[in-house]
Design a protein around this ligand. Structure first.
Ligand code: CA
Length: 226
């Protein structure tokens, strides 16, 4: 059973999210300000955090930075909520390493889909848990990524995105499919989530970033050019 922390000061929205997730057999923890959210996250170690950016006491960005600095919380997927379509906030959040975002008002159904997609682990049997491709070695059970034997620190979401492309080497993955499979999007218009994650992934991969090619107007593909 998964536990989701909901950090939102507006009680109506907090209750709405909680209701919809509990209906899907998830446990929820509720925080009404940023300081409380950070404390609960450290103490309870939820599987995912839904983080409103406009929070009293400690704003969402500050909470997020603190979460990423603490070893107990640094790998917990975070979906940010923004008050309106504030693109600057969204991009800042994604560049800081948030896994996804939703702008208010959002459909609870969409939120549930996104939550489920981020919680979905890569299921595999031990026999085929290791993928080797060029200088890459990817372990689907531990979610560890090695390049030439050195571990690269990827978030679970970044790992999922990378392995999906590596496993379909040489085939163009269109944006819609990637957003649906990794993040659970139904409607992918204008999402900045994918491009920001690709950017972060490339930064982390350094020289090997050229393995991920942009296919203009379509999506991305992995090429084993190492
Ligand atoms: Ca708020």
């Amino acid at each position: 059973m998964y536990t989701v922390l909901i950090a939102e000061d507006e009680s109506d929205i907090r209750e709405l999210i909680s209701f919809n997730l509990e209906r899907e057999s998830m446990d929820t923890l509720l925080a009404k300000d940023g300081a409380e959210a950070f404390e609960i996250a450290k103490e309870k170690g939820p599987d995912l955090i839904i983080l409103d950016l406009m929070l009293p006491k400690m704003d969402g960005f500050t909470v997020f930075k603190e979460l990423r600095l603490d070893s107990r919380t640094k790998d917990i997927p975070v979906i940010m909520l923004t008050a309106k379509a504030q693109l600057d906030d969204v991009i800042t959040g994604l560049e800081m390493g948030a896994d996804d975002y939703l702008t208010k008002p959002f459909s609870p159904k969409e939120l549930v889909l996104r939550v489920k997609a981020l919680l979905r682990r890569i299921r595999t049997t031990p026999a085929n848990s290791i993928i080797n491709s060029g200088k890459f070695r990817l372990d689907k059970n531990s979610l560890h990524c090695f390049v030439s034997g050195e571990q690269i620190d990827l978030t679970p979401t970044e790992f999922k995105l990378l392995i999906l492309m590596v496993e379909r080497e040489g085939t163009v993955q269109n944006r819609e499919d990637l957003l649906r499979e990794v993040w659970g999007y139904r409607d992918t218009a204008n999402s900045r989530t994918l491009d920001t994650h690709i950017k972060r992934l490339r930064e982390k991969l350094g020289d090997l970033s050229r393995c991920i090619e942009t296919v203009r107007g379509v999506g991305y593909q992995y090429r084993n050019i190492a």
